[in-house]
Design a protein around this ligand. Structure first.
Ligand code: GDP
Length: 445
């Protein structure tokens, strides 16, 4: 999807460094050149590309790298860190007003996905225990009010819309009245949807800026379609000058864009990307984590999200136990089986495997992945003795043969399972300790 080809190229470039003991300046230059090309082809703005590759070059040529045990891995680390930096560094959460209601204003071009986002944000806030209300200040587009009412209904939150005589035609008044409504009825968050235009224009900016002055929002979120490519930077700057905003929301990250907007906007405006929108339904929405996005782009896998999802399927006590096991190296085949069974419970196994490191290379395998795999895993592990499950080191040739016979599988099946388990345990241990995971099947990068 969005970062598909950029991601493939970066991963490929970095993979090419594998096995190099020491990096010559020529190696570094070659790598930096490849990265530069990949970024430019992905529509990342030139200034950002220059800053990014400059930092990588400088650090990769630095002493630390060549003193490192594995310089190539060190470069991956550097690229990862710099990528996190241009994506905004730390995750930034919404700021809530000390005295409710918190007012969140949305701004952006028409079609950016503001109205859809209003619904997504409202639904998410509600899930987080807030009581949002939507305010329809987009009076430009004929259908906008109705559309907001529809998403409001889907999200199960009230929509404040202008009624005849109550400021019809004046978006500033509607916004003000909407905030007053929330105060009176004690809603704790107000999301103000505003009008967009197809392109940046003075009227649009003036209106948005007037709404901003009238309601004094705690957050102004600039909503931008990730697919608009090179226009992203100019649009973002225009909104920064015209309205100013406190955070960015990227929409349509599920699309086929080259991803340049995502990689440029945060560093060009100095405003953090706070949310990502990844589809047309209200649940296709998530808080934006620069570090996770960087890992996704570099194909290191979205391990943290994966772990979170795995954990949410366990109860908390169990999750803490598993984390402890990873960290202390006492994760057993029994735990592995339990985890797989939990994964099955959660449904979308393919989606999760897609987040594992090296997943791109495994895509074909992923497509062949099915329920039977878990059933086979169960059969094999259940044919082991409790001692074997607790300690996979016991599994010598004759035991593996016995297990294969007992489960109706081949010794190769047993071997594959044990290998997968050992890789998973190793990877999780690295992650639990806060390290960079290695890509299974590829060895250390
Ligand atoms: P607005 O003019 O800024 O309010 O934009 P809308 O919310 O009306 O969205 C414009 C179009 O983009 C609609 O067809 C939405 O369904 C679609 N859309 C919004 N967000 C996303 C997204 O994250 N992914 C995809 N694929 N479509 C989206």
């Amino acid at each position: 999807a969005t970062f598909g080809s950029l991601s493939d190229r970066l991963a490929q470039t970095l993979t090419n460094l594998r096995g190099k003991g020491k990096l010559s300046p020529a190696d570094v230059d070659g790598t930096v050149r490849e990265i530069r090309r990949a970024l430019l082809d992905a529509d990342v703005s030139l200034d950002v590309v220059k800053a990014f590759t400059g930092a990588i070059r400088e650090r990769a040529l630095g002493d630390d790298v060549n003193k490192a045990l594995n310089p190539a891995q060190q470069v991956v680390q550097i690229v990862n860190e710099e990528l996190i930096t241009i994506l905004g560094g730390q995750q930034r959460r919404l700021e809530f007003a000390k005295r409710p209601p918190t007012v969140i204003m949305l701004a952006g071009l028409q079609g950016a996905g503001k109205t859809t986002l209003a619904g997504k944000l409202a639904k998410w806030l509600k899930k987080e225990g807030h009581t949002p209300v939507l305010v329809a200040s987009d009076l430009q587009r004929p259908n906008a009010v109705t559309q907001l009412q529809v998403v409001g209904e889907q999200a199960g939150v009230p929509v404040f819309a202008p009624e005849p005589g109550n400021g019809v035609g004046d978006p500033v008044k509607v916004a003000k009245n909407g905030v007053k409504f929330a105060e009176d009825k004690q809603y704790d968050t107000v999301i103000v949807d505003t009008a967009g235009r197809l392109g940046v224009d003075a009227d649009l900016m003036k209106q948005a800026s007037n709404i901003r002055k009238a309601v004094d929002p705690d957050e102004v979120l600039f909503v931008i379609d990730a697919m608009i490519g090179q226009d992203a930077v100019a649009t973002a700057k225009a909104f920064q000058d015209g309205v100013d905003f406190t955070g960015v929301v990227l929409t349509k990250l599920d699309g086929d864009a080259r991803g340049g907007a995502a990689l440029s906007v945060a560093s060009v405006t100095g405003r953090p990307i706070m949310f990502a929108s990844t589809g047309e339904t209200l649940d296709d929405f998530e808080p934006f984590h620069p570090d996770r996005m960087a890992s996704r782009i570099l194909d290191l896998g979205d391990i943290l999200t994966l772990i979170e999802q795995v954990q949410s399927a366990f109860d908390e006590k169990e999750a803490a136990e598993i984390a402890e096991k990873f960290a202390t190296d006492s994760f057993t085949l029994d735990d592995f089986l339990k985890q797989m069974q939990q994964l099955r419970k959660m449904g979308s196994i393919k989606g999760m495997l897609g987040m594992l490191p090296g997943a791109k290379g495994m895509r074909e395998q992923l497509d062949n992945f099915d329920e039977r795999e878990i059933t086979r895993t169960e059969a094999i592990i259940q044919s082991m003795t409790p001692q074997e499950r607790a300690n996979s080191k016991l599994l010598n040739g004759s035991r593996r043969l016995r297990i294969a016979r007992g489960s109706g599988m081949t010794v190769t099946d047993v071997n594959q399972l044990v290998n997968r388990f050992e890789q998973a345990a190793k990877m999780m241990k690295t992650v639990a300790k806060g390290g960079v995971p290695q890509v299974p099947g590829m060895g250390p990068i």
